[in-house]
Design a protein around this ligand. Structure first.
Ligand code: NA7
Length: 293
């Protein structure tokens, strides 16, 4: 009999992750703020052991492993400390894994809160986008104790292909924020270069061809350049979340007395596109900044 997993947050990432756990035969108790999403999931999983929890607390009470993956720090605080919050429900000896991207401070606070009732806690943000979530090929950046991670591995290995233990609680989030900073800047640099060549009169496709043969070759060229060339931005990693991650990285830097000038400039570009976009685009839509005029 496999352990029961409580799963909170059926968004773009959480939905496919929970599906993989159901497929792997783990009994699931789901909770999502918009309850219909959890009900629809349970309906579609007829034949698997999938139930909908009444609240985050009840979901946690039933869980041997609890996983949360929600938008941002306020969403996670709401789920954990709000009315019928999950932290009240966690059982002694259970394991809690948060895969949202939030601040290192917040996950350290959660880690401290989990200690007293004897709950093992890992911050385990992910990279790989919706594609990685669907394929079960996410990469986990983990902060926490080795023994807790060993306990969680049979669950995480269903969801991901690589698991990096990076230090105590907060280390996973720190590395995730640093990594997303690079992606945000790379995608913005690509958008700037495309704006430059196309303004001068050279098709963007030619730039991409050259870049693919150069040292500037990178994963973002494969995944994001086609979106920019078509000017279509269906969300795989929404711009609003990248905007949040740059902000979290800047706040972390500030706490440590560090200045990140490129990140600060990039934040204002993402901010401007976020404010002027009426849809919920992928972060490749940062390219819209140069399409305004
Ligand atoms: P999505 O697709 O925006 O999904 C966000 C999830 O968080 C979704 O289940 C939301 O519920 C939930 N949410 C948002 N605000 C709240 C509050 N206040 N309370 C409870 N639940 C909430 O994001 P992704 O799946 O792409 O990403 C999730 C995380 O992974 C994020 O930190 C990324 O940076 C990385 P809803 O369905 O809207 O009711």
């Amino acid at each position: 009999m496999k352990p029961t997993i409580g799963f909170i947050g059926l968004g773009l990432m959480g939905g496919p992750m929970a599906k993989n756990l159901a497929r792997a035969g783990f009994p699931l108790v789901l909770w999502n703020r918009t309850r219909e999403k959890a009900e629809e999931f349970a309906h579609e999983s007829a034949g698997s052991d999938v139930k909908v929890g009444a609240s985050p607390r009840e979901t946690a009470e039933k869980a041997d492993f609890l996983i949360t993956i929600v938008s941002d720090p306020p969403a996670l605080e709401e789920v954990l400390w709000g009315q019928d919050g999950a932290l009240e429900g966690l059982r002694r000896g259970s394991t809690y894994i948060d895969s949202s991207t939030v601040s290192p401070d917040l996950v350290r606070k959660i880690g401290k809160t989990c200690k007293e009732p004897g709950v093992g806690f890992l911050d385990a943000p992910v990279t790989g986008g919706t594609w990685g979530a669907e394929k079960g090929e996410l990469v986990f950046m983990v902060g926490g104790e080795k023994e807790v991670l060993e306990r969680a591995k049979p669950v995480l290995e269903v969801l991901g292909k690589r698991i990096f233990l990076l230090g105590p609680n907060g280390a996973g989030q720190t590395v995730k924020l640093a990594m997303n900073l690079i992606l945000a800047l790379q995608v913005e640099a690509l958008a700037e270069a495309l704006a430059l060549v196309s303004t001068v009169g050279i098709p963007g496709e030619r730039l991409i061809e050259v870049l693919q043969s150069s040292m500037a070759r990178a994963g973002v060229l494969d995944v994001k350049a086609p979106l920019m060339l078509k000017n279509e931005f269906p969300p795989s990693f929404p711009l609003r979340l990248m905007h949040k991650d740059i902000r979290l990285a800047l706040e972390l830097a500030k706490q440590h007395g560090l200045t990140l000038p490129a990140a600060a400039a990039s934040y204002s570009t993402y901010d401007s596109v976020k404010k002027s976009s009426k849809d919920d685009p992928d972060y490749a839509a940062v390219a819209r900044f140069w399409k305004k005029s």
